[in-house]
Design a protein. Structure first.
Length: 360
């Protein structure tokens, strides 16, 4: 059986080396006589796996000691609620930047807890851009500013980190974490569902500034309290052990490949050539403003939407799968996270040219 180039937005491809290592260790992890799935989360074997994953993530992202790393459950969607519960700290309002579908969901959830000031929105231009710093109408009394650096559905990315003064900055990095280096010290909270660029679904990585913890709103459940989770080493209850282990293998893989600088170089190259191919053609179109185009999620439409299903069928025959765009956008979407080999992007570009020749 051969593996396909899977352009799914999430759950997404994992590095083949990682899958093979997991396969080799599946029934007997390093002489322990058991699978990682069968280990006590408090035993020394799993503790070593958990600690190494955390240390490797700290190293590759250069996470300062001021920040805690949490391995939680509930997905990025659970963070939409945990962020206000943990960060409002007696305040009644928070700033949100609205750049698309995921921002909107974060805003809707935050409204259950506080007044939301939409500091900027690109809805009027159909979410085809991200606002500039000068467009942000930030409230100095906001408890925090929340934004989505990469909108997975619209394929829109911020080219800068918003400057928010003393107001803590929160980022939903689900679809761009580990794609390049970022200055973690600029953020109060970074969170990401694992299933795009980290590992399997079921794990959520949260990086949170320690001094902001411990001031949750009344009634916050223990499971949703950053401080409780931090004190318990993310083991207030049984953590998603196997997903944590696989994430650790991915962190080690990133390190081995040269870290985030190396990832960034490859990711930029992959994205640049795909956008160049789209722009060079009258048959394909990407609606996003060039300086806001995502490195990770590349939506594009065909000149004739009637051809969409033929495109998808023939792409699949070439081993190029899950290219169907999100139902809210239509057309195609190629998600090209770290684990998508450059050869996958090259094969897609060649197929697109050939398809255009036959149908354009
Ligand atoms: C996928 C995604 C989510 C939702 O993640 P879950 O882990 O399914 O809750 C939220 N935000 C962004 C930016 C995403 O890409």
């Amino acid at each position: 059986m051969s593996r396909v180039f899977n352009f799914s937005a999430g759950p997404a491809m994992l590095p083949e080396d990682v899958l093979k290592q997991a396969q080799a260790e599946m029934t007997d992890w390093q002489g322990s006589g058991m699978s990682v799935m069968e280990m006590s989360h408090r035993g020394k074997e799993f503790m070593s796996i958990a600690e190494k994953a955390s240390a490797d993530l700290r190293e590759i992202m250069a996470i300062p000691d001021s920040h805690e790393i949490l391995f939680l459950q509930g997905g990025a969607s659970c963070q939409f609620a945990m962020v206000p519960m943990n960060l409002l700290r007696g305040k009644s309002t928070a700033d949100y930047i609205n750049t698309g579908a995921w921002s909107k969901k974060a805003i809707a959830e935050a409204k259950r807890f506080c007044d939301v000031n939409v500091a900027a929105s690109s809805e009027a231009d159909k979410f085809s851009s991200a606002p500039a710093q000068s467009d942000l109408k930030l409230n100095p009394d906001a408890a925090y500013v929340h934004y989505t650096p990469n909108e997975t559905i619209g394929g829109v990315e911020f080219s800068y980190i918003p400057e928010t003064g003393d107001v803590p900055l929160v980022a939903d990095m689900s679809s761009m974490i580990l794609s390049r280096s970022i200055d973690v010290s600029k953020f109060a909270v970074i969170y990401a569902g694992a299933q795009k660029n980290i590992g399997p679904a079921g794990l959520t990585v949260v990086i949170v500034r320690k001094d902001l913890m411990g001031q949750t709103i009344d009634g916050t459940p223990s499971m949703l309290n950053y401080e409780v989770q931090a004190k318990a080493g993310s083991m207030y209850n049984t953590p998603p052990t196997y997903a944590w282990y696989l994430a650790g293998l991915v962190f080690a893989w990133v390190k081995d490949k040269g870290g985030l600088a190396a990832m960034a170089e490859i990711n930029k190259r992959k994205a640049d050539k795909l956008y160049a191919a789209i722009d060079a053609s009258d048959f394909y179109n990407n609606p996003v403003k060039p300086d806001c185009r995502s490195w990770m999620n590349v939506p594009f439409t065909l000149a004739d939407a009637e051809l969409d299903s033929v495109f998808l069928e023939q792409a699949k025959e070439k081993g190029l799968t899950t290219l169907k765009g999100h139902r809210s956008v239509g057309g195609m979407r190629a998600s090209i996270y770290n684990a998508m080999p450059e050869a996958g992007v090259d094969t897609l570009i060649a197929f697109m040219a050939e398809f255009e020749k036959r149908n354009g």
